[in-house]
Design a protein around this ligand. Structure first.
Ligand code: ATP
Ligand code: MG
Length: 431
């Protein structure tokens, strides 16, 4: 498949595109000359009077000035992109380049909606992204397909990194949360927040040691804890990572496999009760206004519970977890688990495959990234092994969009966690 249509098929000269790009400026100039000609024929002082009125209008109405400036900037950035595509020969079969239909400023640069000429499609534009970035002198070009219409693609010009060294969490200042609503898990590389909806989903987090898994779990626990209708069960193979949330959790289990099995058994009983309740209420799944709330089960160091201890305990834990993840959805039980590498020796595939949402923090190998996100993503250019080791808290999230998104998660210091946990405990005290 040719990556672009050969240049011989070009019909439209570059001048046509230049006229198209400058059309508003040309129109304003012609309009001014017409006004000047008419004004001069009326009286010799008339052009001066019109110029004075125009000057006063522009001085008294700053919004006209601002609008003109913004429009000029929009057209100039669109022109630069059009020129870059001409120079890179990104042409359709009719010899035309993609046309900018929308152009907005974003926190990291600009976002364009492009209409593609016949012969071009999303994959071709995505493959040429590095060339466009170099022609524009941009840091990076991100290309996203528009699901509703394949004739369009969204192209983001990234001029500055969206990721600060430390991203602060908003949770320290919000009075409470609502886990039924989508909440911002982090900041994507195009500068916009990444929203995620946890009800009816389970999330698996993987990544090398020190990549930021436990910090990511703290963000999720913080959101759940600040919603007083949500109950929490925490299992922490390291004990110290989640201990600060102990007071807001219904159950807290440290590195104790027998205790972990006991708590999962209690959760299974809870799940069965919830299904009986749903039956009595003639409902098929939990609703925000239902008779019980969401229950979030967070497991840090999942490998500890699935690999350590006696075989009988391990198997029992695995079976209880499988049951919880597979049947918990409609009963409002959300499982969020983190482990370094969820390979089949550590997390049996019959459990791993049940997690619909995946978050791959930095991995040391492409293979490890595919183990977390699912096989085949690295070949398509989504590998958490390409994240730099210094970029802590950066990962690839595979959730609602169906395509992994690169994002930076907020960092929660011990003080932040204490502040959030204290407020959550107060909210729960008045539950
Ligand atoms: N979002 C973040 N922003 C900035 N720094 C972070 C972020 N997340 C983690 N870090 C840094 O990385 C360190 C390790 O993070 P964390 O304990 O979450 O790693 P982990 O993946 O759970 O490691 P392990 O597998 O050893 O448990 C933190 O102490 C912090 O310094
Ligand atoms: Mg950890």
């Amino acid at each position: 498949v040719p990556r672009t249509v050969p240049r011989t098929s070009v019909r439209r000269p570059w001048t046509a595109s230049a006229v198209q790009g400058w059309r508003q400026e040309i129109a304003v100039t012609i309009f001014c000359f017409i006004v000047l000609a008419i004004a001069t024929s009326v009286a010799s002082w008339c052009p001066y009077a019109i110029a004075a009125v125009a000057a006063v209008l522009i001085w008294r109405r700053p919004n006209i000035r601002v609008r003109f400036q913004r429009e000029a900037q929009l057209r100039s950035t669109s022109r630069r992109l059009h020129a870059a595509m001409w120079n890179c020969s990104i042409l359709g079969r009719d010899g035309n380049i993609p046309q900018v239909k929308k152009n907005i400023q974003t926190p990291v640069g600009r976002r364009f909606l492009l209409r593609l000429p016949p012969g071009l499609h999303f994959e071709l534009i995505e493959a040429r992204a590095p060339e466009i970035a170099s022609a524009l002198g941009a840091r990076q070009i991100l290309v996203k397909a528009v699901r509703e219409n394949a004739k369009y693609v969204e192209l983001t010009q990234v001029n500055v990194s969206a990721f600060p060294k430390i991203l602060r969490t908003e949770l320290v200042s919000v009075p409470h949360t609502d886990l039924w609503q989508r909440f911002p898990l982090g900041l994507s590389d195009d500068g916009f927040p990444v929203l995620i909806e946890l009800p009816e989903h389970n999330l698996l987090i993987g990544g090398e040691p020190g990549s930021g898994k436990s910090v990511a779990l703290s963000t999720i626990i913080g959101v759940a804890a600040l919603d007083p209708r949500v109950s929490l069960t925490l299992l922490d193979g390291k004990q110290v990572e989640l201990a600060a949330w102990k007071d807001v959790a219904d159950h807290f289990v440290g590195p104790d496999q027998v205790d972990a099995v006991r708590v999962l058994e209690q959760l299974r009983t809870l799940m069965d009760h919830r299904y009986e309740q749903l039956l009595a209420d003639r409902r098929r799944k939990i609703e925000p206004d239902g008779s019980f709330g969401l229950h979030v089960v967070v497991i840090d160091e999942l490998a500890f519970y699935l690999r350590g201890g006696k075989k009988a305990e391990r198997d029992e834990f695995a079976e209880l977890l499988r049951d919880l993840v597979s049947r918990g959805r409609a009963a409002g039980i959300i499982v969020v688990a983190a482990t370094q590498k969820p390979s089949h020796e550590v997390v049996p595939t019959f459990i791993r495959d049940l997690f619909s949402f995946r978050l791959a923090m930095r991995c040391s190998s492409v293979d490890a990234s595919d183990t977390i996100l699912g096989s085949g993503w690295a070949a398509q250019g989504f590998s958490a092994a390409t994240i730099e080791p210094s970029q802590r808290g950066v990962g690839l999230l595979l959730a609602e969009g169906g395509v992994p998104i690169l994002l930076k998660l907020p960092f929660l210091s011990d003080n932040d966690i204490d502040t959030i946990a204290l407020r959550a405990a107060q909210l729960r005290g008045s539950r």
